[in-house]
Design a protein around this ligand. Structure first.
Ligand SMILES: Nc1nc2c(ncn2[C@@H]2O[C@H](COP(=O)(O)OP(=O)(O)OP(=O)(O)O)[C@@H](O)[C@H]2O)c(=O)[nH]1
Ligand SMILES: [Mg+2]
Length: 424
């Protein structure tokens, strides 16, 4: 039997925000570095720790964090034991597409907030997508005010849709559909918007699939991958909260072993959500850590293990190979794992998301997507072209930095919000 956890519950049914405090589980850091898997059990043991250097290579276009003057300080086990409280002003800037961190990012964990109501959720989605939708709706209004749907209008519309990141194929398909039904007629901007919303909804409906946990798996392993700063760690925190609210036991693995701040960031999420975090020292082998975490999750029969990974650009082959190594090593313990390989994509990056999907999919069999930062992105239309091209399930969307800001991807609500229309 398959348990559908996601997208089936109304937001108000989720646990209150202090659920973590009621949970008895506490963060269990490894006081000593976890042993490497032995050579017998793992023909490909993760041997020497990889040099941290490659992971912090300059990442001009996508790195979220400001450079720090401090070099990465190695973290001794004793130093990681106390989990720092979330900083009061922890709301980090929304992933600037700007320069280049050459050192650990500051720990960024947004402050907790109240769960939204269902109505509040649509309003939030609409507000979040307002930058994307205003670009589209302003354009549609200027093209279609008192104007017949002729070839020129269609061409302008197609161009507008392409610049709104829907991609050429989707733009052509959607305009062709409008032409089929309305060509030669005077159409109002409102009609155009609702026709487009219906077409967009048709395209994205097949990928709007909740993440399904298999209760027979102890654990269901979810590996979270993606380019630097796309929201992997934050999404893990949000998912952990949701799983806990469903009554699942959850374990987190701090597979981003390159930066001390990355481990602390996950530990804060672990503390907040009441989930144990398996971690090692900075610079430890990520595949070895993942192996240890899975071994422990199996022994403790936890329902779901979420493995964080270090951000990596899709064109850095060495780093992508490392990701494959994580997959190979955890398969020694469970050949069906990871059961879900989630790619986080930052909606503000627009069309670059396509190359991220292509390469991560080919390297590690990505079978689920999460679009983050749809709030405040003017490029939310990219979700439509991704859906049409790759047909990979979009399990959820991120609409903010808070723990409740991960929502099931509702095709209709998304399509209407993108076109600036109201819920009904
Ligand atoms: N506005 C907004 N910000 C988000 C969202 N998801 C994540 N962020 C923010 O984006 C920044 C990067 O998020 P992380 O979760 O650290 O990203 P990451 O992929 O783990 O980054 P690396 O570990 O450096 O590769 C943080 O400041 C988050 O708070 C979202 O849905 N909306
Ligand atoms: Mg991270």
């Amino acid at each position: 039997m398959i348990f559908r956890w996601f997208g089936r519950k109304k937001p108000e049914e989720t646990a209150p925000k202090d659920e973590a405090a009621q949970d008895e589980s506490v963060i269990q850091e490894s006081a000593t570095p976890a042993p490497e898997p032995d050579a017998e059990a793992t023909p490909e043991p993760p041997a020497a720790p990889p040099a941290p250097k490659p992971e912090v290579e300059p990442v001009p276009e996508l790195a979220p964090a400001p450079p720090s003057a401090e070099p990465p300080a190695p973290v001794a086990p004793s130093q990681v034991t106390p989990v720092p409280a979330p900083p009061p002003a922890a709301v980090a800037p929304t992933a600037p597409l700007a320069p280049v961190p050459v050192a650990p990012a500051p720990v960024a964990v947004a402050a907790e907030e109240a769960p939204p109501t269902k109505k509040g959720w649509f309003a939030k989605l609409k507000e979040g997508l307002s930058k994307s939708s205003s670009k589209l709706t302003d354009g549609i209004t200027s093209i279609f005010t008192k104007r017949k749907l002729d070839d020129d209008a269609l061409e302008e519309l197609e161009e507008l849709l392409i610049t709104a990141d829907l991609g050429p194929a989707t733009a052509a398909k959607v305009t062709a559909e409008l032409a089929r039904t309305r060509f030669g007629k005077e159409v109002s901007p409102e009609e155009v918007k609702s026709t487009l919303a219906a077409e967009v909804s048709k395209i994205v409906t097949p990928v709007a699939k909740p993440l399904v946990l298999d209760p027979a798996l102890k654990p269901h392993v979810i590996l979270v991958v993606g380019v630097n700063g796309t929201g992997k760690t934050t999404t893990i925190g949000k998912l952990a909260r949701q799983f806990k609210a469903e009554g699942k036991s959850v374990m987190l693995a701090a597979g981003d072993t390159f930066r001390a701040a990355a481990v602390s960031q996950l530990k804060i999420w672990g503390e907040r959500t009441g989930c144990p975090v398996v971690a090692r020292d900075t610079g430890a082998d990520a595949a070895g850590l993942a192996y240890d975490a899975l071994e422990r999750a199996k022994a403790e029969k936890v329902d779901v293990l979420l493995i964080d990974t270090a951000g990596r650009l899709q064109n850095k082959t060495g780093l992508m190979e490392e990701l494959r190594k994580i997959v190979r090593v955890i398969k020694k313990l469970d050949e069906t794992a990871p059961h879900t390989t989630l790619l986080t994509l930052d909606a503000t990056t627009g069309q670059n998301a396509h190359s991220q999907v292509e390469i991560f999919r080919d390297m590690v069999n990505v079978n689920g997507l999460i679009l983050t930062k749809l709030d405040g992105s003017a490029r939310g239309g990219v979700l439509v072209s991704l859906a049409e091209k790759f047909k990979i399930p979009v399990h959820a969307i991120g609409v903010g930095e808070g723990v409740y800001d991960l929502r099931p991807f509702d095709a209709d609500a998304f399509a209407k919000s993108l076109m600036g229309l109201s819920a009904d």
